[in-house]
Design a protein around this ligand. Structure first.
Ligand SMILES: Cc1cc2nc3c(=O)[nH]c(=O)nc-3n(C[C@H](O)[C@H](O)[C@H](O)COP(=O)(O)OP(=O)(O)OC[C@H]3O[C@@H](n4cnc5c(N)ncnc54)[C@H](O)[C@@H]3O)c2cc1C
Length: 478
């Protein structure tokens, strides 16, 4: 059996022994069959069972609950949505953009509410989200971010902080200002995933672990096929995020990208006095100094540097979780952010990585097609902790045929866009990554952002031109 504790500090310290639940043993029937026991699958199961307790809900997991990104992430449970408000306004209008943000605020609160209700001690602390600018040229970008929310009438949830106000919250070297979003909480993600799995079981759901779904079949009785038997159901839910790229039918719907985290030993009270950060906001680096940080309940700093990569041909392996160069970059960056860590000789105890999923146009999908019986919830581009809760609530409403505000959100009708076939998608994403690194270096050198992103970034971001999509649809065999 795999040593699941080694996949993240969170899994190691979640309080479970991580022994797998029994696998599926033969073919069965259910009302709803769900692929994946990460946040998306578990929230869908949980909210289905809360809405209709008599439903037979079955979750099928290849490894153990919380094995994927849900048990390894930065613990940012916040209202950031991967498709920014301005883009949502341009594509779906102001009301839809506003509705998405309001639904995301509810998701953060729903996570806290369910933790309370179900007795899940996920270290949920709603201190907000603080994005810190560490160079003057980033300040206008903070203003732009704030203006996007003002344009949809939601500025009350956000605030711009100057250097002094930022220092009052947290002492980060070179901080010149911050964007504060009050809709954010720090969590211990593996405790949430494992606790949620137990809550699903308490409400009557069944979770089969160590069982890989190899294919799915749409139809009047849609089916999940596994190597240990098949599950026919009234509805099936595909909630495998980045890993969905392994299913032949969804190969080009989503790509995996890596993200890595390092974590310190617990800091002394004296160091915490120097740093501040009493409210335990989740903290991010804005612009060229991008990073995501968590002040853990046991007094450590988890630091995630942005050095993600797309693995060629969407190949997800354990090896891509362990990038010593990225870990070292993370440790050095953490010491630059907080020079007192270096002075005090603070050590780093754990380092790990995982994959999250990116859809071609960055718009998450939360859809249910009653005709085929297939529901999909994926595509959070690294902002999936609260968004997966939203997926779960949306899919539960769609499957139980409730007409709610959630079932009219744009993600429920958005048509997914396919990625280009290989090797184009690997070359494209490598070009974009290199272009972005080059642009960041140039910004740091010149002290200002370019007027326009470069060509590769424009081609790769958001909706690709329709003619381009048509060419790949015709040409692609992969
Ligand atoms: C290092 C890292 C840091 C991150 N930090 C943050 C953060 O701080 N805040 C934030 O909002 N987001 C963050 N994210 C993203 C976020 O964690 C994910 O978007 C979210 O957890 C996705 O949940 P999920 O349930 O959809 O997918 P996952 O958690 O990946 O779960 C999918 C599950 O499906 C199972 N599965 C896959 N294929 C099959 C199959 N064929 N058969 C059976 N089972 C299968 C997998 O084993 C897995 O358990 C981070 C991601 C990473 C990797």
């Amino acid at each position: 059996m795999k040593d699941y504790a080694r996949y993240s500090f969170w899994l190691e310290t979640c309080g479970d022994d991580l022994t797998p639940r029994p696998a599926l043993d033969g073919s069965i029937r259910a009302d709803v069959a769900i692929l994946g026991a990460g946040f998306t699958g578990l929230w869908t199961a949980y909210h289905l069972l809360r809405r209709e307790p008599s439903l037979k809900v079955v979750v099928v997991e290849r490894e153990i609950a919380g094995f994927g990104a849900s048990g390894r992430n930065g613990g940012w449970c916040f209202a950031g949505f991967p498709y920014p408000p301005a883009q949502l306004v341009a594509r779906y209008g102001r009301d839809a953009a506003r509705a998405v943000s309001l639904a995301m605020y509810d998701s953060v609160d729903d996570v806290g509410r369910v933790c309370e209700l179900e007795g899940i001690d996920a270290h949920f602390a709603k201190g907000g989200e603080l994005e810190i600018a560490r160079a003057p040229y980033d300040l206008p970008k903070l203003d732009e971010r704030y203006d996007e929310y003002r344009a949809v009438g939601l500025e009350d949830h956000y605030a711009l902080l100057d250097a002094e106000q930022t220092r009052e919250r947290i002492r980060v070297a070179e901080a010149v200002g911050a964007f504060w979003n009050k809709e954010g909480a720090a969590i211990q993600p593996a405790r949430l995933a494992r606790g949620l799995a137990r809550a699903v079981e308490r409400h009557g759901g069944t979770i089969y672990e160590q069982t890989t779904v190899t294919d799915y079949v749409p139809g009047p009785w849609p089916r999940l096929d596994t190597e240990r038997g098949n599950i026919s159901a009234r509805a099936i839910v595909l909630a495998g995020e980045a890993y969905l790229s392994r299913l032949p039918k969804l190969r080009r719907r989503i790509i995996p990208a890596t993200s890595h985290i390092v974590i310190t030993e617990p800091l002394s009270d004296d160091l915490w006095r120097q740093i501040g950060w009493e409210r335990r906001e989740v903290v991010g680096g804005f612009g060229t100094t991008g990073a995501y940080l968590n002040h853990t309940a046991d007094g450590r700093i988890a630091f995630g540097p942005y050095r993600g990569k797309y693995p060629f041909n969407s190949a997800i392996t354990d090896a891509i979780d362990r990038r010593e160069d990225v870990f070292e970059h993370g440790r050095q960056s953490a010491r630059q952010w907080f020079p007192m860590l270096k002075e005090a000789g603070v050590g780093f105890t754990h380092a790990w990585g995982g994959v999250f999923g990116i859809p071609r146009d960055h718009m998450p999908i939360m859809r249910y097609d009653r005709r085929t019986g297939v529901a999909l919830g994926y595509g959070y581009t690294g902002e999936g902790v609260a968004t997966a809760n939203l997926s779960g609530r949306v899919l539960a409403d769609l499957i139980t045929e409730r007409d709610s505000e959630l079932t009219h959100l744009p993600m429920t009708s958005h048509a997914p866009v396919d990625w280009e076939p290989e090797p184009i998608r690997w070359l494209g994403s490598s070009l974009v990554r290199r272009g972005r690194d080059r642009a960041n270096r140039e910004v740091e050198r010149s002290g200002r952002y370019p007027e326009q992103p470069d060509l590769a970034q424009r081609l790769w971001s958001f909706e690709p031109p329709r003619a381009w999509q048509a060419v790949w649809r015709m040409a692609a065999k992969d």
